[in-house]
Design a protein around this ligand. Structure first.
Ligand SMILES: NC(=O)C1=CN([C@@H]2O[C@H](COP(=O)(O)OP(=O)(O)OC[C@H]3O[C@@H](n4cnc5c(N)ncnc54)[C@H](OP(=O)(O)O)[C@@H]3O)[C@@H](O)[C@H]2O)C=CC1
Ligand SMILES: O=C([O-])CC(=O)C(=O)O
Length: 270
């Protein structure tokens, strides 16, 4: 039997990206180095631009050709709107909007569409690390997973923290949420995707405990995981720099998409 010169099923050549915000722009800029072409940007209705390169479309039925992957950098609503359509068409989807999976209806529609279309939803690690250890730990019994998200006050603008505390007045670390990862992910769609990632890698949305803190003494987005289980214990902490055009989102979240794309290109990888 002849040996193929390449491994075509492993090669990723074309993508469509949902969103044109801070994360999408970072990812888009890295595509040439990965030899990946963006065939369309998927934007909200009313923001279509047909004659740009790539075209800005709002409906996957208007894709100029079939991409190898749809990358969601648009947030929960974007994943809910376009993820099931892509998956049902048999197109894999990669998402940074993990918190959307806390909504059981969205989770079911993505799951059903993926099964029907024979396609997979790939979750990226986002702004956190240590999820590999947590996934392995979850093979045994885990007694506790807690996640603490700490950002400067500006990192919580546009979130329910604004109603809970006075972001302009605080002078010390101030918690504004304590609860489960499901509540956090549903209530803070732009800020608690990391809580969702920790939940999905470990013991689920309802057993993972979350605390969110506005901290005027820090300049970075600090994410901590503490885990106890049959494997032992671990503690993970990262201080991530925010993206220049959106301090709410850590640069590592965008980097995790690029890393996942690079990984999909390799015949040997994680
Ligand atoms: N997993 C993780 O660690 C992290 C996940 N995230 C998730 O990533 C999302 C994007 O982050 P970021 O790029 O910084 O945010 P931005 O606000 O900079 O950009 C969001 C982009 O998504 C677009 N968008 C929103 N809804 C839709 C939709 N229904 N269809 C198409 N496009 C849409 C927006 O368009 P418009 O300008 O028209 O509104 C905008 O271009 C966050 O909302 C958050 O959910 C963020 C950080 C970390
Ligand atoms: O980017 C970050 O630091 C984390 C974030 O917004 C999220 O979890 O949604």
């Amino acid at each position: 039997m002849g040996v193929p010169a390449r491994l075509p099923n492993l090669m990723l050549r074309t993508v469509a990206i949902i969103g044109h915000g801070a994360i999408a722009r970072y990812v888009r800029a890295q595509l040439p180095a990965l030899n990946i072409t963006e065939i369309a940007a998927i934007v909200r209705p009313g923001k279509e631009i047909g004659d740009s390169t790539p075209p800005f479309i709002s409906d996957l039925n208007d894709l100029p050709s079939r991409p190898d992957l749809v990358i969601d950098c648009g947030g929960h609503q974007a994943l809910a709107a376009h993820g099931p359509v892509a998956l049902a068409l048999g197109i894999d989807v990669m998402t940074v909007s993990l918190g959307a999976l806390a909504d059981l209806q969205i989770e079911r529609s993505l799951r059903d569409a993926g099964i029907a279309g024979g396609a997979r939803l790939h979750l990226v690690s986002g702004a956190i690390g240590g999820l590999d250890a947590l996934r392995s730990a979850a093979v045994g019994t885990i007694s506790q997973v807690s996640y603490t998200g700490r950002k400067p006050p500006n990192g919580w603008r546009g979130s329910p923290a604004e109603a809970a505390i006075d972001l302009d007045a605080i002078t010390a670390p101030t918690p504004h949420f304590n609860g489960t990862a499901r509540e956090a992910a549903l209530t803070y769609p732009k800020n608690a995707n990391v809580a969702a990632a920790v939940a999905l890698a470990g013991i689920g949305f309802d057993k993972t405990q979350v605390e969110l803190i506005a901290d005027p003494t820090v300049t970075e987005n600090i994410h901590e995981i503490a885990v106890q289980g049959a494997f032992g214990t671990f503690h993970f902490q990262i201080a991530g720099k925010g993206l220049p055009d959106n301090p709410r989102s850590s640069t590592l979240a965008a980097m995790s998409i690029v890393a996942a794309l690079a990984e999909m290109q390799k015949p040997i990888g994680f």
